[in-house]
Design a protein around this ligand. Structure first.
Ligand code: ADP
Ligand code: ZN
Length: 598
């Protein structure tokens, strides 16, 4: 019998297990139950795939999204693993065939949706099988608390009574204590061992920029840092999704829209295209993304502020699952904060829930406005201590905070003098001494604070306003026309008893969002393009996504290491035995030709 490590190397082509994978695989392969909490891209799939292959019988994998099961299965089949899925799109003759293979014991893994698993028909089918394990992916769907509640998931607990001796492994990237408790409770995993990994994503580069013209800023970001790669852009509204996708397309970027207002067919088609093709930018509302396991998404951009650090972490975490450098780019302004605040206040939620949401929104703003390391801040939100990452925007260019007490006092007293009845735009106009119509019509050009703030420009003042909102020295009153109002906390500052340190407006152009960028020589670039074209052709022939043939990381290592023989090729990341046998000769030929040309 093969052991776990040789399966990892021979089938998947990976040199070593990551983090806790090995302990999890050993535990489940020897019959234990497990709850695995690992960040997106951490490598959860191997934790059940390898035990399913090691143990006799078929591994039953419960997965909530039909569209994505197929891609998981394609990737496994490309590796030579006997995997299949059953869903509403499976043809009846294929269903019979797959069921026959499962009964005959020639199938390693079978993916099903929870609805199907729970039907009497499927239950009786299960009773005829030799089952290796049950894997319950995206297990947070069991919890009301989580963001993707699915009622069927709660019934999966019955597997414990039906199949008491078969190991069950639940997996999720959502770590909060409430969700965790719900998973253990509803899935009857009381005896399971819990494997909690660090939620750090060391290959993610975080950058936050201040919004002045989001679409233009986004375009510049993509053109200068990430041209021609796959990315996701999150927007707050459907209309903004449409606008932004159209704007990117007009500017020569292959962009597709995705939101709940589009027909099911269009959404499916766009999602498929994004998964399969190389270099598409998906512009979407948060309706897009659960279960998206495209490994080579190079950036996730938010052009509106997410409503909580949890949402932000989940969404930005869809970048860089392959472990190569990737960026999370967030563009936000005070209006985002106001808009989200209005959405929460105006919603049907119970009062207590509203308070929870508002607290999360505050934490999100604090993340945006921090002068410290972004990674540290986000992990601290999840209760995890960590060092500074060294490559986020603030780590690259630590903002030198300055004593802004006088500036802050000017702003606070100006807010007071305009009667706490005006928004940020008006207050800033007064500070800058702009006698426009609104200012004169209220007689605010005669105030003592009129024109006392010329040391900063408009952007500078807006930044001060946001930082003070983040620190709760002022609030935006969304009921009364977004007026700025003072809080009790600002009294000691106004009286001169407390100093305030702020950071100046960041220069976003100084920061490189590429993290460690892979600089290719011209020759390497040509080879890269050749390999990508070849990969696309093979993927089309096999009708699978490009990454199921080879990941970017494999292509990169091929170019860097330039293997000249089968033996050297076997050391490349992602080249297992089947792929070596299938593609080894073709790859060596392509590499040789590139060598000759040069
Ligand atoms: P998750 O489900 O936790 O988000 P995946 O299981 O999809 O993550 O894994 C993310 C990526 O990392 C995939 O491309 C996978 O093949 C790769 N991967 C997983 N484990 C390893 C490993 N031990 N070595 C190298 N690559 C790995
Ligand atoms: Zn940092």
């Amino acid at each position: 019998m093969q052991d776990a490590r040789s399966l990892l190397q021979n089938v998947f082509g990976y040199p070593a297990f990551r983090g806790e994978q090995e302990q999890i695989v050993d535990h489940v392969a020897s019959g234990g139950h497990a709850l695995v909490l690992m960040p997106t891209g951490g490598g959860k799939s191997l934790c059940y795939q390898i035990p399913a292959m090691l143990r006799p019988g078929v591994g039953i994998v419960v997965s909530p999204l039909i569209a994505l099961m197929q891609d998981q299965v394609s990737t496994l089949v490309e590796l030579g693993v006997a995997a299949a899925c059953l869903n509403s799109a499976t043809l009846p003759e294929d269903v019979r065939d797959i069921e026959r293979q499962a009964r005959a014991g020639t199938l390693d893994m079978l993916y099903v949706a929870p609805e199907r698993l729970l039907t009497p028909r499927f239950q009786s089918f299960l009773s005829q099988l030799d089952i290796a394990l049950f894997a319950i992916d995206e297990a947070h769907c069991v919890s009301h608390w989580g963001h993707d509640f699915r009622p069927e998931y709660q019934q999966l607990g019955q597997l414990a009574e039906q199949f008491p001796t078969i190991p069950r492994i639940a997996l999720t990237a959502t770590a909060d204590a409430q969700t965790q408790a719900d998973i253990l409770h509803f899935l009857h995993l009381g005896e399971a061992r819990v494997f909690l990994s660090s939620f750090d994503r060391p290959n993610l580069f975080y950058q936050v920029v201040e919004k002045h013209n989001a679409k233009k800023q986004l375009l510049t970001f993509i053109q200068s840092e990430y041209p021609g790669v796959s990315g996701i852009v999150y927007c707050l509204s459907r209309k903004r999704v449409e606008d932004t996708a159209a704007w990117l397309s007009e500017n020569g970027i292959r962009a597709l829209p995705y939101h709940a207002g589009l027909s099911h067919e269009v959404r499916e088609a766009n999602q498929r295209e994004f998964l399969r093709e190389d270099g598409i930018v998906m512009v979407a509302t948060v309706a897009f993304g659960m279960g998206i396991d495209k490994p080579d998404v190079r950036f996730v951009a938010h052009i509106d502020m997410p409503k909580s650090p949890e949402n932000f972490y989940q969404e930005s975490g869809r970048a860089g699952r392959d472990g190569l450098p990737a960026a999370s780019w967030l563009c936000y302004g005070l209006n985002d904060m106001v808009q989200l605040n209005q959405m929460i206040q105006g919603s049907e939620m119970a009062e207590l829930q509203k308070q929870v949401e508002l607290t999360k929104l505050d934490a999100m703003l604090a993340f945006c406005e921090t002068a410290g390391c972004r990674r540290q801040q986000i992990l601290a939100h999840f209760g995890e201590a960590s060092g500074a990452c060294g490559h986020c925007d603030n780590c690259q260019h630590p903002p030198a905070t300055y004593d802004a007490t006088v500036v802050v006092q000017k702003l606070l007293s100006c807010i007071y003098r305009v009667g706490q009845r005006h928004g940020a735009g008006h207050v800033v106009d007064v500070l800058l001494g702009r006698s426009n119509q609104s200012v004169t019509s209220f007689g605010h050009d005669t105030l003592s604070t009129f024109g006392v703030g010329r040391e900063l420009n408009q952007r500078g003042w807006r930044s001060v306003v946001r930082q003070l909102v983040a620190r709760k020295l002022i609030e935006v009153d969304i009921v009364r026309g977004q007026s700025l109002v003072l809080t009790d906390a600002c009294r000691p500052v106004l009286r001169g008893e407390e100093k305030v340190y702020l950071r100046p407006v960041a220069d976003e152009t100084k920061t490189r969002a590429g993290g460690e960028r892979w600089l290719r020589t011209e020759r390497e670039e040509r080879l890269w393009q050749t390999l990508r074209r070849w990969r696309k052709q093979v993927a089309d022939e096999h009708n699978v996504p490009a990454y199921a043939v080879f990941s970017d990381r494999t292509l990169r290592q091929l170019i860097e290491d330039k293997p000249g023989s089968r033996k050297e090729l076997a050391r490349i990341y992602g080249l297992g035995e089947l792929k070596l046998a299938r593609y080894g000769e073709a790859l060596l030929r392509l590499l040789r030709e590139a060598q000759d040309e040069a």
